[in-house]
Design a protein around this ligand. Structure first.
Ligand code: HDD
Length: 707
């Protein structure tokens, strides 16, 4: 019998816990590390305990019968830890699983007291805490940030009159008119059920099959094929409440309202090739961008604006505003800015807050009310229902991120994970036993608009919902030529991934109703003879173009909140780097030094310049503009480096400004960079800043063939 098999040798176990470095072979390194970590942490740390509060003597070793013997079932510390771990995951959201949440504040700047009693919309200057969550729709919680996809834009206002959730998207319309189609559109875009791919992509057969058979989605298709769905940053997207809601005044009069969020930084998108490369370089690009902005106190900000209109005005619209596939052009009903939202606090714990936050369009404050939009009506059911299975209990409203910040009381009791312990014997109403127990408030409780309803019951789609193409045409024709080309390019890309010819044909058939030129461009891009257009359910109308629907028109020429990368190597001119860095930071940009090695480079004057990113892991897609400051030797070395060539050629192909030292020219030449207005001398920081504030759109035809 060897020594460690002797029963008496068990005595060594406690010893090994006290002296981890002396533990037996396999355990020693782990135990040793644990010991060192404790020593490094120092200070007054609280004792590690089980969830029952029992102090844990050793978090490195499970309880064994002897040092090399079996683990004991008795080890309640091990069992509790592993059991909890086994249950750490909850079901992810069926849609919008991947999200980024931030706390902030909403401040009302203009009162809507004329239209509503809601305090959140009438108390100018009042600051209301909010939690906003931005998301992609199709991918799972661990998917990348930059697929072509709608972005969710959900805001929970913790108002003094209860939680109001404005659960919107960065697109003002939706795929479908009736909630009964939601599972179908979602199933079609999600990974195909037999093969489990593609993840987070609409470019596949089932999605386009469904869409090609659903003409009502054509307007939304124009939006998702535009660059809106490949945003540069979550700080640079618009948000829309989509549906018409009602505002109610004290007399119960109703005014319709649509809600819009407008980013202070303006809109900004990536190019498709850029978005694809970002997905590989940094799958967390948007989450990291938001995190870093909050960390450096560059707080993202949005204006909240409303479109207000009466029932009578709505009857004159050439569309039905209760149809969620329609928007109201700003030129028809102007936007009024009524407040601003600033996001300034990153959650302390991602799971507790961003994952457990539960939005619901039915969470609404008195003075705001729903409309009859059938998509909204279905949503009013779906969200509470989904939280019950996702969060596992009817008490999910008690989770801190979901709990109202105003007092709340009712007679709902018990259930899984009840955290509250309501007092008293009365849990019903009406009652006469407890004078201080919660009662209904006929005068100040939530009022519903007394909408007169009539007509025949049935599974009916209103005739006023029949026009599926006019607003798709409006959107396409309102875009700049560059945006139209990108949209056609996106359609060609997506439909090229569709294997079924009849689906491609059907889609191009729909495009003929939208715009003949668009249909021709896409057909050419697919090498497809122009197919017949399907019958249209209603005549297609020409609406006056709405420039407000563009992205380019809403981009700001600015470096505020943007990022500049400066590529350096040994021998680079430090003074030039400093000059560029100062010019960029003065203009509001963040600057990162990119070098072949993360430790940095030795500059021409012998000083060390530390790097923020290593070249292979910090490609130019991470930046809005780049500078290349190299010595002749540095340029020669990097000319043999694929990552350096990609850094420069991608920046050029992605229409970014490039500032270069004269010695860097060989690298630029090898990367096929051709001189244009966006390629400037590094010793002219002013010219660089001007060029860096915008994309070099004029360059695009020289770097890619657009349909
Ligand atoms: Fe939805 C989540 C936005 C239609 C059913 N939706 C969800 C989120 C956003 C939206 C932003 C994520 C919230 C978060 O960050 O947790 N959804 C929209 C918009 C729609 C829309 C703007 C159309 C105008 N949704 C819609 C319909 C249904 C749903 C028609 C069902 C009938 N949505 C859900 C859901 C989700 C959800 C299944 C999944 C996770 C969750 O609710 O909490 O209930």
């Amino acid at each position: 019998m060897t020594k460690d098999k002797e029963p008496g040798n068990n005595k060594s176990a406690p010893k090994s816990r006290k002296h981890p470095a002396k533990a037996t072979d396999d355990a020693s390194s782990v135990a040793g590390k644990g010991g060192e970590l404790h020593q490094r942490a120092g200070g007054n740390y609280p004792p590690l305990t089980t969830s029952q509060g029992i102090p844990i003597p050793d978090n490195q070793n499970s309880l064994k019968a002897n040092p090399r013997g079996p683990t004991l079932l008795e080890d309640f510390i091990l069992r509790e830890k592993i059991t909890h771990f086994d249950h750490e995951r909850i079901p992810e959201r069926i849609v919008h699983a991947r999200g980024t949440g931030v706390h902030g504040t909403f401040e009302l700047t203009q009162s809507l007291a004329q239209y509503t009693t809601a305090k959140i919309l009438t108390e100018v200057g009042a600051k209301t805490p909010v939690f906003a969550r931005f998301s992609t729709v199709a991918g799972g919680a661990g998917s990348v940030d930059t697929p072509r996809d709608v972005r969710g834009f959900a805001v929970k206002f913790y108002t003094r009159e209860g939680n109001w959730d404005l659960v919107g998207n960065n697109i003002p319309v939706f795929f479908i008119q009736d909630a009964i189609k939601f599972p179908d559109v979602v199933h079609s875009v999600k990974m195909e059920p037999d093969r489990g791919f593609p993840q987070a992509a609409s470019a596949h057969d089932t999605f386009w099959d469904f869409i090609s058979l659903t003409p009502e989605s054509m307007h939304m298709v124009m939006w998702i094929m535009s660059d809106r769905t490949i945003p540069r940053s979550l700080r640079m997207i618009e948000g829309f409440g989509v549906h018409s809601f009602r505002l109610l005044d004290a007399a119960g009069n109703s005014t319709f309202v649509k809600f819009h969020w407008r980013p202070k930084l303006g809109l900004q998108s990536t190019l498709w090739d850029e978005a694809v490369k970002i997905a590989g370089a940094d799958p967390d690009f948007h989450r990291r961008d938001m995190f870093e902005a909050i960390e450096r106190r560059d707080f993202p900000e949005w204006e909240l604006a409303v479109q207000l209109f009466t029932q009578e005005e709505s009857e004159k619209f050439p569309f039905d505003h209760l149809d969620a596939t329609k928007l109201i052009p700003e030129e028809m009903v102007p936007l009024q800015v009524i407040g601003r939202m600033v996001l300034d606090r990153w959650p302390e714990n991602f799971f507790a807050e961003t994952e457990q936050v539960a939005f619901c369009p039915a969470n609404i404050a008195p003075g705001i009310d729903f409309s009859n939009d059938p998509l909204l009506q279905g949503r009013l059911f779906s969200y509470l229902d989904t939280q019950l299975s996702r969060l596992g209990s009817a008490n999910f409203h008690q989770i801190p991120v979901n709990a109202p910040k105003c007092p709340f009381a009712n007679h709902q009791r018990d259930g899984h994970m009840q955290m509250a312990h309501p007092k008293g014997r009365v849990a019903y109403e009406p009652q006469s036993l407890a004078p201080d127990s919660a009662r209904e408030s006929p005068a100040s409780g939530f009022p519903s608009h007394a909408t007169p309803e009539n007509g025949d019951k049935g599974r009916i789609r209103a005739e006023s919902f029949a026009d599926h193409y006019s607003q798709a045409r409006l959107f396409y024709r309102s875009q700049t030529p560059t945006e139209q080309a990108h949209l056609a390019f996106a359609l060609v890309f997506e439909l090229s991934k569709v294997a079924h010819l009849h689906v491609r044909q059907a889609m191009v058939g729909h495009l003929r109703h939208i715009d003949a030129d668009l249909a021709q461009r896409v057909a050419d891009g697919l090498a497809l003879p122009l197919p017949e257009a399907p019958p249209a359910a209603a005549p297609v109308q020409d609406m006056a173009p709405s420039p407000a629907l563009q992205i380019i028109g809403k981009m700001h020429d600015t470096l505020a909140g943007r990022a500049i990368g400066i590529l350096v190597a040994d021998g680079s001119d430090g003074a030039l780097v400093a000059k560029l860095r100062k010019a960029a930071t003065d203009a509001g940009a963040g600057v990162k030094i990119v070098a072949p090695k993360v430790g940095g480079v030795t500059l021409a004057d012998g000083k060390l310049l530390p790097a923020d990113g290593q070249l292979a892991g910090t490609p130019s897609v991470m930046f809005d503009a780049v500078a290349v400051v190299l010595s002749a030797a540095g340029a020669q070395t990097l000319s043999k480096e694929a990552a350096a060539l990609d850094f420069v050629s991608d920046a050029f192909a992605h229409l970014k400004a490039i500032a270069a030292s004269p010695e860097a020219q060989p690298l630029l030449d090898k990367a096929n960079v051709v001189a244009d207005a966006g390629v400037v001398a590094a010793d002219d920081p002013k010219a660089f800043i001007v060029a860096a504030k915008t994309r070099q759109w004029q360059r695009e035809p020289t770097v890619r063939t657009l349909p």
